[in-house]
Design a protein around this ligand. Sequence first.
Ligand code: HEC
Length: 114
Amino acid sequence: MNSGIKFFPALLFLAATAAFAADTPADVKAGAALFRDKGCAFCHGADLKGTKKAPALADIGTDKDWPADKMTDHILNGGQKMPPFRDSLSDEEIAQLVAFLRAKDHPAPPPPAE
Ligand code: HEC
């Protein structure tokens, strides 16, 4: 009879989860440009396949050892050889970079602004 009341919390939960996890295509695109423009590509490779300086990031989006919050933390604070970016990137920019790294197909960035 009152099954609507039972479903309501489940719907709220789904809506909240979707809002939190949504990496929009616009975020992913912005992240692609940041990856190229902020020096990430210099070490990790424009194609995310890694260089002598840094490991590949191409499959990090499906790597269970690298949830989004850990990526965010690594970008903020750096690692052993990676510099921290907490002073040069905003929280929004870091979220866009993480969205780009989590995207299944890493789209090519839009052409650089003149
Ligand atoms: C100076 C070279 C350099 C630059 C620039 C750089 N990284 Fe890194 N990055 C590294 C190295 C080296 C590692 C391996 C862990 C360590 O030593 O910090 C790493 C690790 C990572 C990791 C964790 C993956 C792993 O397997 O360790 C992520 C995510 C990451 N970098 C993202 C970024 C992003 C995003 C940017 C641009 C904002 C960036 N990096 C810029 C060198 C760099």
